[in-house]
Every structure is written in C-alpha cells, then in structure tokens.
Design a protein around this ligand. Structure first.
Ligand code: NDP
Length: 264
C-alpha cells in the first residue's frame, strides 16, 4: 500500500485525508495501487524530510506553517513553486523529493470566472505568496498587508505594493482575501474594523482561505451584503491538482474533482 499524509501544526481540522482517501478508494483499479492518506502533527519543520522518508511516504501535502521548510528540503522544485518559494505538495520520484505548489493554480481556478482587476491580500505567509504571484501573473493588481514587517520584505523587493496591517487605510478592491489563520479561533483581524468595513463595502467579494467555519472577517462582509467565499473550493482545487500528481496523472482532474466534491 502506498502511503501519503498531510503535515502541519495544527492539523486536527484538516479535511485532506477525507478527500484524498476517497479518490484512492474510488479509483484503486485505474491507478493500479491501493493508497492511504493520514495526518501528521509536525513539531519541527526542520525534520520534515527525515520524517517523510522514515514513514516510507510516496507523497505528502504541507500546510501551515511548514511550506517554506518543504521548499528548502525538496531535491527539485517544479512550476510556480520555484517562483513562490513555497511547496505544499511533495512527490517521491525515484529517490528524489519533488516539490510543487498547487495552492496557486488551485486558488485561481476558484475565482477565474470573476474577471477581477484588483485584490487586497491580508497576510504574507506561504499561501499569500502563492496567491500574490498567480494573481499578478493573471494581470490582477495586488496590494498586500501584513502584521509583521519581515514577511513583507520579499514582496516589497519583488515590486508588490505593501503596507503594515496597522497602517492600512480604506481603499477599493474587487476582492479582499484573508490569507491568515486569524479567525480559526474566532479572533478578528488586527485591523481597524472601520477601515475593513469601508474597504469591504466597495468590494465584490470577501474570500477567506479558512474553511469549515464562518470567520469574523466573513461575518462582517456578510453583514454588509458582500458575496462571501470560504476556503472549501480552494481546498478542493489544490487537492485535485495534488491528487493528479499522487495518482501519476492516471485520473483526469475532472474525475478527481467530481469525487472530492461528493465527499465534502
Ligand atoms: P503561514 O504561517 O505561512 O502565514 C501566516 C500569515 O498569517 C503570516 O503572514 C502571519 O503574519 C499572518 N498571521 C498569523 N496569525 C495572524 C493573526 N492572528 N492576525 C493577523 N495575521 C496573522 O500560513 P499559510 O499562508 O500557509 O496559511 C494561512 C491560512 O490559509 C491558514 O489558515 C491556512 O489553513 C489557510 N489555507 C487554506 C487553504 C485552502 O485550501 N483552503 C490552502 C492554504 C492555506 P506574521 O508575519 O505577522 O506572523
């Protein structure tokens, strides 16, 4: 049996085992193997590679806060992961660990029909990076705000417009995206509610990468009558692309998406 898992901390809330196991189970014959996908609570990101090999894994997903560790510990990085410098999917190829980032394309798939021209991105971590680069690549103007200055620096040197979250003044954007874990425990973003409200009022969509709960950010947007979206569709889309890699491209992304949607 081929084994896979998701590494993260916290990890108990992850729905990745549900969606990936359902694909392995449904398509066992077509992919020519039986697979099992579990969850791993990682304490120290520097051990990621060693634990991957100790567990005898064939592939893994990486979530908060270890995507940069995964990037640094990959033998080879492919696609947008090398631009973003953040890896959320690892695949064993021979003896080598190949790193991919499926967050970027997965996220874009969920908003591509909206024809947005501008986005406010709250957060500057691994997923914010994936989003910032794919949005820019698709011609969408991105403004990034974050709590700490250090994490904004790579974005600033790469030409993105940025500001500290504390200094942010209301502006108009087509979509406002929360790419921070703030809200997981019902806490509000460290941003003046008045400024956030004014910004949301002129936007077309409020998008939170967190899934499974309605965060204070989404509650505020909903109370203002703004269209809201949580991270469920992105979870599915990044999972579809990861599963396509795990199954060695033997199942179409259409079939994988249909299966994942049927269990979520
Ligand atoms: P990282 O740890 O890489 O980055 C976290 C970012 O959030 C940093 O910019 C950090 O700022 C900021 N932050 C952390 N806590 C707070 C807070 N309380 N208030 C304000 N800012 C905060 O995380 P990821 O980018 O990997 O993930 C971010 C979120 O997106 C997570 O909740 C994750 O579960 C979700 N996610 C969902 C996906 C999906 O498929 N739906 C896919 C990927 C991620 P600072 O620099 O100041 O520490």
């Amino acid at each position: 049996m081929k084994q896979f898992c998701v590494f993260g901390n916290p990890i108990f809330h992850s729905k990745s085992p549900l969606i990936h196991n359902s694909v392995f189970y449904k398509f066992a014959k077509e992919i020519g193997f039986s697979g099992f996908y579990g969850r791993y609570l990682l304490q120290d990101g520097s051990n990621l590679r060693r634990i991957f090999f100790d567990l005898g894994l064939c592939g893994a997903n990486i979530t908060i806060p270890f995507k940069e560790n995964a990037f640094n510990q990959s033998d080879e990085v492919r696609g947008i992961a090398s631009v973003v410098k953040s890896v959320n999917t690892l695949v064993l190829e021979g003896e080598k660990l190949i790193g991919y980032n499926t967050d970027a394309d997965g996220f874009y798939h969920t908003i591509s029909i909206n024809n947005f021209k501008s986005a406010l991105l709250i957060g500057a971590g691994g997923s914010a990076k994936a989003l910032a680069y794919i949005l820019r690549e698709k011609g969408i103007e991105v403004f990034i705000i974050n709590r700490s200055k250090e994490r904004l620096e790579p974005f600033l040197s790469d030409g993105f417009k940025c500001s500290l979250i504390q200094d942010f003044l209301p502006m108009s954007f087509d979509v406002v995206i929360n790419a921070t874990p703030s809200g997981l425990k019902d806490e509000s973003l460290p941003l003046s509610e008045d400024n956030l409200r004014k910004t949301l009022e002129s936007s077309k969509m409020a998008y939170d990468l967190i899934y499974g709960i309605q965060t204070p950010f989404l509650k505020l947007a909903k109370s203002l009558g703004i269209f809201i979206k949580d991270g469920k569709d992105m979870l599915i889309e990044q999972g579809v692309l990861a599963s396509y890699l795990f199954c060695d491209h033997k199942i179409s992304t259409h079939e994988i998406r249909k299966q994942m949607k049927s269990v979520l």
